[in-house]
Each structure stands twice: as C-alpha cells, then as structure tokens.
Ligand binder design. Structure first.
Ligand code: ZN
Ligand code: FE
Ligand code: FE
Ligand code: ZN
Length: 266
C-alpha cells in the first residue's frame, strides 16, 4: 500500500525541529511517499512573540531550501505551506502572511488558548495545573471554531491538541465539534489526521477514531500529516492512520496545490 501524502512537516528553522527539507524529502522518498508539504511554524510580526517559530526574515531561506529539495528529488512532489497560529486579533497579520507567497496551502492551528499560553508547549506545562481543564478546552474550541470561520485556512490542524499531555474534558463536546465541522465545510477546508499525538502522552492521533467518525459523518475532508520535527518522523504511523481513517468511513483524502483541493483515494 502506498502511504498518503505527508502534509505537515517542519524544518530546523523553527528552532525546535531538526533537519532541512532535503533530508525530509529523502526520508519521504525512501518510504515511497509520493508527495509531501512543508508547513513550518509561521512567523509572527514580532520576532520575540515566542521562541518556537521561523522569523519573517527567514522566509527566503525556507523557500530556497525547499527549492533545493525539489531539485534533488525530482520524482517527489513537494508543496509549500505554513502552519499559522490562529489567535483572535491576528487576522490582519494572517492576511499579510497569506500574501507573502503563492502557497499551496495554509494550515490554521490553535496552540494558544490565551495571549501567552500554548497548550502543547512542554515549557509551559505548569499552566495545566494553574487552569481549569474544562475552561481550557472550551477556550480552545472557541478559537478553533473562529479559526475555521475566518476562511483563511485550507486545513485546520490537530483539532484536539489539548489532549496532548492527557488532559481530557469531562463534559460532552460533540456538539461544539459539530459547529467546528460546519465552519470547516462552509469554507471548503479540511481537517488533519495528525499522527504526532501517537508520539505524545495521549497516545493517539489528533483526532482519535471517535472524533474522526464524527467528522466523517459531517462530510469533512481530511489530509494526513506526521507533524514531523525530524526527518525520521516523516510518515510516522501512517499505516495505522490510514486504517483509522477507513474505520471512520473515509476512502478519500485531499491533495492541495496553489490552494486548490483535489480528491485522492486513500
Ligand atoms: Zn513544532
Ligand atoms: Fe501545531
Ligand atoms: Fe506542526
Ligand atoms: Zn504542529
């Protein structure tokens, strides 16, 4: 079985990943993956916003390194995108980022549930004991829906990220996710099956099977992403992710080029 396209790859530019595009491309090529996409953590307007993203002045290096990888692996299709943080109030900045290049696609991710706390940041894990778990999830889902509502993004990233360290809500959040899925559909976007969760304490992909089933029932398209932060993580857990997607009902996923979506068989 050919593995699906891996649409969520980082590079050393974000400061917490290793490897350059040519190494990620090499890894994909040896796994027999035919298409990949780079989605480095997008710059913020202020370079000191946090310490885990590429700077705006590094965009030319990003493009140049990806061009080198394309040149070295001519058989491999390589897409260029960004993983953009959605925070309310940053809409103008996101519009500006979207105009910086002829992107193949943009992933919109919610990491920040407040101006300063990124729920998945291991350096801020103490925040989980200082904040109410239900409230954190509710803030997260609020922002996730707003992100989908903006229509800025082709893909909404890791849609249940707050479970990363094992924090799960007690309340039923299915109805809130249905609203998120409606917003995704209304804007012609997709969600990710992101296998990074398998490498974390939550030990399941973002989303897991139950939530993916709900997405399928709503007719939400998917892409696959490893969220690789090292070349060895390219295609991570993809065979299992494909099984899970099929279990949820999916037999297709999306490919993206110049922000146009096409359907492929899994
Ligand atoms: Zn990262
Ligand atoms: Fe992310
Ligand atoms: Fe990522
Ligand atoms: Zn990510």
């Amino acid at each position: 079985m050919a593995l699906p396209h891996d649409y969520h790859l980082h590079t050393y530019l974000c400061g917490h990943a290793e490897g350059s595009p040519i190494q990620y491309a090499g890894a994909a090529s040896s796994l027999g993956i035919s298409e990949i996409g780079f989605t480095e953590h997008a710059p913020m307007e202020a370079d000191d916003f946090d310490d885990w993203r590429m700077r705006l002045d590094q965009l030319p290096v990003y493009f140049e390194m990806i061009a080198e990888a394309k040149h070295a692996f001519a058989d491999l299709t390589i897409r260029i995108g960004l993983e953009i943080d959605f925070l309310p109030g940053y809409e103008d900045w996101i519009r500006k980022l979207a105009r910086q290049y002829d992107w193949d696609y943009l992933i919109g991710s919610v990491h920040y549930v407040s101006e300063t706390w990124a729920v998945d940041n291991p350096d801020q894990i103490e925040q989980w004991s200082m904040n109410d778990v239900e409230e954190t999830w509710s803030n997260y889902l609020d922002r996730l829906k707003s992100a989908a509502d903006t229509g800025f993004f082709d893909v909404i990233g890791h849609i249940d990220l707050p479970k990363k360290f094992g924090h799960r809500p007690d309340t039923d959040i299915a109805a809130l996710y249905d609203e998120v899925f409606d917003a995704v559909n209304k804007n012609g976007a997709a969600i990710e099956v992101n296998t990074a969760g398998l490498r974390k304490k939550c030990k399941e992909a973002y989303p897991g099977l139950e939530l993916l089933r709900a997405a399928y029932k709503k007719g939400v398209p998917i892409v696959f992403g490893s969220d690789a932060h090292s070349p060895s993580e390219v295609g991570y857990g993809f065979a299992g992710a494909v099984d899970m997607a099929k279990d949820a009902g999916y037999d297709t996923y999306c490919t993206l080029e110049k922000r146009e979506k096409k359907i492929a068989l899994i």
